[in-house]
Design a protein around this ligand. Structure first.
Ligand code: PLP
Length: 380
């Protein structure tokens, strides 16, 4: 049996979420139907909406259900254009969901640099806001936590700065990696939009949400039967949203601290045995579950394969949907050399991870590393 340490890609479905999905499927009904069965399905959707909204301090009526984090981010960038933005400024470390949607918007784009710890620079933001031209309306896009390094961004401070200046700029947060891992307070973020995804929290795949603070029509990307108040057409994924809400509700109070202590245990052990490795974002606030390390000279894809053969599912951190490993734009933005970026490994823990998993992973990683170490040292 393999040890699954790739929760930032997808967290295994929590039993409570699976049960809720099965019950919703058995319940059936179309939430738009007026008969009893339809009303019961509508009630399930609205209960799920209230649960998820409450978990991020948003209002139920401001949550739009989507097919996942990618669609939510596409919708927020689309909405920015509808709401009159003339430019998109996105951080250097955004996920492809945001990068591609920004490029597809047809608006001019600009990059918001990060510091060596991988945090978006607030001094740069201050200068850029001051330099905005009259009539320039900017959509600023910043993720809440990075998917590769886990580094938590200063999104609330950035949101406040953007809200304080005149010009009607918008602030879009990709909170996909925060979902189920750390507290995210939409109301305190000063953002107009925040994207969430169910499968990062142990809910089913293919379902997500966009929180919006814009009462105005956001301009649907998918039009149809007027569902989600005309903001996202298509019959709601009833079982999906119910599973999403059940996953969010199943997160235990002590889960975060338990996972953080396992992460620290792994990092301490690997660093003690291999002090030459770099742990990205070490020393700044990170998600409790994410370790991104580089072992220069040992290519990411070789590490991933060796660990897979040893029974551990981890990731290179910057794999795209084809499974190919690219040099991480996130680590490059943080100043990583080609060798560091090319030898990065992402280990992401979650609700299934035990102390035995953490220890077994350390042993396997160190065993594999010892095999390549002489070659790495000779090459270096
Ligand atoms: N944004 C971030 C930061 C992500 O990590 C991911 C998925 O890895 C996405 C967006 C896309 O979310 P989804 O898989 O739900 O479409």
């Amino acid at each position: 049996m393999s040890v699954y340490l790739d929760h930032n890609a997808t967290s295994p479905v929590r039993p409570a979420a699976a049960e809720a999905v099965m019950a919703a499927l058995a319940g059936g009904g179309n939430p738009s139907s007026v008969h009893q069965s339809g009303r019961a399905a509508r009630a399930r959707v609205e209960r799920a909406r209230a649960t998820i909204a409450r978990s991020i301090c948003a209002r139920s009526e401001d949550l739009i259900f989507t097919s996942g984090g990618t669609e939510s981010n596409n919708l927020s960038l689309h909405a920015s254009k509808t709401l009159g933005c003339t430019r998109i400024i996105l951080s250097q470390i955004e996920h492809d969901a945001v990068r591609a949607a920004a490029a597809a918007s047809g608006l001019p784009t600009e990059e918001w640099p990060v510091d060596a710890h991988g945090r978006a620079r607030l001094d740069w933001l201050r200068d850029r806001l001051a330099a905005a031209e009259a009539g320039e309306r900017i959509a600023f896009a910043l993720m809440a936590a990075n998917n590769e390094t886990g580094v938590i961004q200063p999104y609330a401070e950035a949101g406040r700065m953007i809200a304080e200046v005149e010009g009607g700029h918008l602030f879009l947060i990709d909170a996909v990696q925060m979902t189920g891992k750390a507290n995210f307070d939409f109301a305190a973020s000063f953002a107009q939009f925040a994207a969430l995804s169910s499968h990062k929290a142990g809910g089913p795949q293919g379902v997500g949400a966009l929180a919006t603070a814009c009462d105005a029509q956001v301009g649907a990307l998918i039009t149809g039967g007027g569902q989600e108040k005309g903001r996202r057409g298509g019959t709601e994924n009833v079982a999906g949203v119910v599973g999403f809400a059940a996953a969010v509700s199943a997160i235990g109070d002590d889960e975060t601290s338990r996972i953080a202590s396992l992460r620290d245990r792994i990092e301490r052990r690997l660093k003690a045995a291999a002090p030459e490795i770099t742990i990205w974002g070490e020393g700044v606030e990170r998600l409790p579950n994410t370790i991104c390390l580089s072992a220069p000279g040992w290519p990411s894809e070789i590490q991933v394969i060796a660990l897979d053969l040893a029974g551990f599912a981890v990731s290179a951190g910057s794999a795209c949907s084809s499974g190919k490993v690219r040099k991480s734009h996130v680590l490059k933005a943080m100043g990583a050399t080609d060798d560091e970026a090319g030898s990065a490994l992402r280990v992401s823990l979650g609700w299934t991870t035990t102390e035995d998993d953490a220890d077994a992973f350390c042993e396997a990683w160190l065993r594999e590393y010892d095999r390549v170490r002489p070659k790495v040292a000779a090459a270096g």
